[in-house]
Design a protein around this ligand. Structure first.
Ligand code: BGC
Length: 453
């Protein structure tokens, strides 16, 4: 091993650009607040960046939902089909993960829906419900302009999807058409929703004061409960006091609102993505991009001669080779211990890393993940302040929140600093929100259509 020159102080200095001060976070909160209001208001909605789509969900679960439901969950790391039994005190659920091959992710919309319908049919056969007429909830986690609980027009693809002929089309119709083309399934699609909405619904099933659902996974988004009177785009009778709003906050920053805190790494991640200029906040937060942000910083410091003795590896210089799960693994090492860090570096062909290199790699991971946690915290604090209720539970799901060892703690600390005095909150892991949520939406919809509450 060569001499271990400690460049950590220089690397720390370079990483300062990833640090956001409370002053900056408060500025972000005020910009996000303005954007939320623009999304909700009739006059400003058409040009708004954070769209605040209506979900047409006005009832939270009351715990009395019963029955057997199918659910589809598309838009996270995996595509899943689920069958869920809502009973008195239990939640019985079976599911299966199906691959979405990359030629389907970037093929045609029709082929995507045919694939989904085929997986659904196979699943129904395996679970002996092929002949049954079941209600289905569809968690489709992309920005939708909803025109009702069962009508949603796709606005844009995110997270690596780019199927042609789907934008501007009703996704529920797309699914129904695919089912009709097969001709063998008998289903009623009771609702379409997004994973953030599903997370809120499923958390609210357990926690009566849940008012926010957040996803920090492959992508990022939030859903919250807004007063119907503020939902200016809602055209129905305002008979119920509130509606769930799908903010689509991943798009925050698409007009430059976050440029004052973005770094060269963010700009590079964006320009290498399949949707440049879009989903700017999402690209600073979510699992699809976090590892790549770390990699770009490591590449820079290696090229500057501050890391690995200036000698990288083929993999280090290859795009997307630093997985986001590495960030969680490296940060799970105890202070002073670099076991996982060493494994990761070895996998990347960097076994010549010294101990101070490892400390530096870990520092870069911490800076990138802390920044993401703080940005999400600013978003959640903005929603809590806007709702202005004394005690709110926030349901959260997604791989980053679930597997990163410090995300939860970082968020609790930061949100507490950013909310108005008097507001208290809990952050609750809401496992499987998108699957359960879809069943709950279908159940609540059945309850409504059948006319009993
Ligand atoms: C999508 C949202 C979704 C989020 C988390 C974003 O890319 O636009 O609809 O909720 O990812 O999956």
């Amino acid at each position: 091993m060569g001499m271990d020159i400690n460049n950590l102080p220089l690397i720390r200095e370079e990483c300062e650009i990833l640090h956001m001060t409370d002053k900056q976070l408060k500025e972000i909160m005020s910009r996000l607040h303005n954007d939320l209001v623009k999304g909700l208001s009739r006059d400003t909605h058409p040009t708004a960046i954070v769209k605040c789509w209506l979900t047409y969900i006005q009832d939270l679960p009351n715990g009395k939902e019963r029955g057997k439901f199918l659910a589809l969950d598309l838009g996270g790391t995996n595509f899943r089909v689920l069958i869920i039994n809502l009973g008195e005190n239990h939640f019985d659920m079976q599911s299966k993960i199906y691959a979405i091959p990359s030629h389907i992710m970037t093929g045609t919309g029709v082929a995507l829906f045919d694939h989904i319908a085929e997986c659904l049919a196979n699943f129904m056969k395996e679970h002996n419900v092929y002949e049954e007429r079941l209600a289905l909830g569809f968690t489709f986690s992309f920005p939708l302009k909803q025109m009702g609980l069962t009508k949603g027009i796709l606005q844009r693809w995110t997270k690596g999807f780019s199927c042609s002929g789907a934008i501007g089309e009703d996704v529920v119709q797309g699914l129904k058409d695919a089912i009709a083309r097969r001709g063998d399934l008998n289903l009623s699609v009771m609702g379409i929703l997004n994973d953030a909405t599903g997370t809120l619904m499923s958390c609210a099933h357990k926690e009566r004061n849940c008012r926010v659902g957040v996803i920090i996974g492959t992508g990022s988004n939030a859903c919250y409960v807004e007063k119907t009177e503020n939902c200016e785009l809602f055209e129905g009778e305002p008979t119920k006091p509130a509606m769930l709003i799908n903010t689509e906050w991943g798009a925050f920053g698409d007009d430059g609102a976050l440029d004052f805190v973005r770094t060269e790494f963010d700009r590079e991640v964006d320009s290498n993505s399949i949707n440049p200029g879009k989903q700017i906040q999402e690209k600073m937060i979510s699992g699809m991009y976090m590892g790549e942000l770390v990699r770009l910083a490591l590449v820079k410091f290696t090229t500057m001669g501050l890391l690995f003795g200036g000698r990288g590896s083929d993999l280090l210089f290859q795009r997307n080779s630093f997985y986001t799960k590495y960030v969680s693994e490296i940060e799970s090492d105890k202070p002073g211990d670099y076991t996982s860090c060493m494994d990761v570096l070895e996998e990347l062909g960097l076994s010549h890393a010294t101990e101070s290199d490892m400390a530096a790699v870990r520092h870069v991971c911490e800076c990138v993940s802390r920044r993401a946690a703080h940005l999400v915290s600013a978003g959640i604090a903005t929603l809590l302040n806007k709702m202005n209720e004394p005690k709110v539970t926030v349901g959260i799901d997604g791989s980053v929140y679930r597997f990163h060892p410090h995300f939860h703690t970082l968020m609790c600390e930061k949100i507490a600093q950013l909310v108005r005095p008097g507001i208290t909150f809990d952050l609750m892991l809401s496992e499987d929100g998108s699957g359960r949520g879809a069943a709950l939406v279908a159940a609540v919809a059945c309850r409504e259509t059948l006319g009993f509450a």
